[in-house]
Design a protein around this ligand. Structure first.
Ligand SMILES: [Zn+2]
Length: 172
C-alpha cells in the first residue's frame, strides 16, 4: 500500500536476475557508510520497512555473506556479484536497498549523508528509526545533509578528502 508521498522504485542486480520494487520518496535520503564492507562496495543505503520492499525475481540466485555478528545478511547475486539489497544489522526488521541499483526514471534527487560505520556501536541507534512507521521522512536531517553536499559542491575533490579523513580516523 503506497503512501501518497511515496513512489514505487524498481531496481535490481546487473544481470537482472534479481529484481525488486521498493516504496520510498522520489527525493531520496541515503547513507554512505565507511565500514570495512561498505567502503569497498560503495553501497548507498536506502533502509525501508520490510513491507515497502518486494522481491520480484531472483530469490534462487541470491547468495548470502555474513561476518562479525552475523546479524546482517549480505545478499548478492551469485551470477553478477552485485549486492542490490540486503538485511542490515541496524534494522534486521527492514531491508536495505542499494540506491545505486535503482532504475532510472523515478529518483528525483539523492541526498547522501555520511554514516560512521567504523564506530557502528555508537551510531547504529540513529538508523533504528528508519524502519519505524514514521520513517526517515519524519525527521529533520537537512542541515547535516546540506553541509555534506555543499562541501562536495565547493570542491569536487572534497569527496575524496572526506574519505581520507575517515580513513585517517580509522587508522588511529
Ligand atoms: Zn545478477
Amino acid at each position: 500500500m503506497a503512501d501518497a508521498a511515496f513512489v514505487t522504485h524498481r531496481g535490481g542486480c546487473h544481470c537482472r536476475r534479481v529484481r525488486f520494487e521498493v516504496e520510498a520518496p522520489a527525493a531520496l535520503l541515503v547513507q554512505e557508510c565507511n565500514c570495512s564492507l561498505c567502503r569497498m562496495s560503495g553501497f548507498h543505503h536506502l533502509i525501508v520497512p520490510a513491507a515497502r520492499f518486494r522481491l520480484l525475481s531472483g530469490d534462487a540466485d541470491l547468495s548470502e555473506y555474513t561476518f562479525n555478528t552475523g546479524v546482517a545478511k549480505h545478499r548478492f547475486c551469485r551470477v553478477c556479484g552485485v549486492k542490490s539489497f540486503y538485511i542490515p544489522r541496524s534494522n534486521p526488521d527492514g531491508v536495505d536497498v542499494n540506491a545505486r541499483c535503482l532504475d532510472d526514471g523515478t529518483v528525483e534527487s539523492l541526498t547522501i549523508e555520511p554514516f560512521d560505520g567504523q564506530n557502528w556501536e555508537s551510531n547504529a541507534a540513529s538508523l533504528a528509526q528508519l524502519t519505524l512507521k514514521e520513517g526517515p521522512w519524519a525527521r529533520s536531517v537537512r542541515p547535516r545533509a546540506a553541509s555534506y553536499k555543499s562541501e562536495r559542491a565547493i570542491n569536487p575533490a572534497a569527496c575524496g578528502s572526506v574519505g581520507s579523513r575517515w580513513s585517517a580516523a580509522a587508522r588511529r
